[in-house]
Design a protein. Structure first.
Length: 279
């Protein structure tokens, strides 16, 4: 018997009321399957679904799901089933599911599937219980089959960020992993060995060991003694040196006597010719 979902009250009413924003170029575009009339329109819906769920602006060929794409092009499945398939794919499991804790997985999945962030930590705890009891696939089914998803997106609309009243879009400010994943990867490099055992074997360097045990490394770093510097005493010492310092006189003194130039008579080699030849 599965644990029922806990009741969660939203911490802000902004998530539950209609927005009053003036439409602009930042207003999200709603991609609807019923509005498509050409093959290019379906391609835009498929690309929008990849961008929303995988949060990748450049879709790598290995990330694509050709079976889901073919079913959607032939109208064999709805957009909601296409989004469900992307959430259950190995790509989403590797990119998001395995690189985050359950709490952060809930927050990221809500932003990508429901178009909003979690209300508070209580909601993250409540949905993390769903992950623990039903697994990732059951968690995706619970979100896509929820009443909130059906009311806002139905069967034919690609999910989008419903309220962008502040900040940037979710897919631009939320990395797909955080420090938890880096710590787990470093510990995985130790292959389950302890600190001293790793040192005795010599297979792992000291730098890798310290990276794999961040709490020990931070404790060691905080215990390093740094000599205390008396900045006031240093300031007074510098000021006293400046007061007693003799600045050499670098002005130039001209001690050479100035020569006096006297007028002298000069005999010209030619006679003066007046300007008027009649004179």
């Amino acid at each position: 018997m599965s644990i029922p979902l806990l009741e969660v009250k939203p911490s802000s009413q902004n998530q539950r009321v209609e927005g009053y924003e003036v439409p602009s170029e930042d207003t999200p575009i709603g991609y609807r399957l019923t509005d498509t009339s050409a093959v290019s329109d379906i391609d835009e819906i498929i690309w929008a679904g990849y961008r929303q769920i995988f949060s990748e602006h450049l879709i790598i060929e290995s990330y694509r799901q050709p079976f889901l794409e073919s079913q959607l092009r032939n109208r064999a499945i709805t957009v909601r089933d296409f989004i469900r398939g992307l959430g259950k794919s190995d790509v989403y499991r590797e990119l998001v599911g395995e690189t985050n804790s359950n709490y952060r997985l809930v927050d990221i999945s809500f932003k990508r599937f429901l178009g909003r962030a979690t209300y508070n930590q209580k909601e993250q705890i409540a949905w993390s219980i769903v992950i623990a009891t039903k697994g990732l696939n059951g968690f995706i089914d619970a979100i896509v089959d929820s009443e909130e998803y059906r009311e806002n997106f139905g069967n034919d609309i690609v999910p989008y960020q419903r309220r962008r009243f502040k900040g940037r879009p979710f897919n631009l400010v939320n990395p797909r992993y955080n420090g938890d994943w880096r710590d787990r990867e470093n510990i995985r490099n130790l292959q389950g060995r302890g600190y001293y055992r790793a040192r005795q074997t010599g297979d792992v360097t000291k730098e890798l060991v310290r990276q794999a045990i961040p709490s020990n490394f931070m404790k060691m770093a905080s215990g390093i003694f740094t000599p205390e510097v008396n900045y006031q005493r240093s300031r007074d010492r510098v000021l006293s040196q400046i007061k007693t310092m003799e600045i050499p006189d670098t002005t130039r003194k001209d001690t050479l006597p100035q020569t006096t130039i006297k007028p002298t008579k000069v005999a010209l080699p030619y006679d003066y010719i007046p300007s008027d030849p009649r004179n």
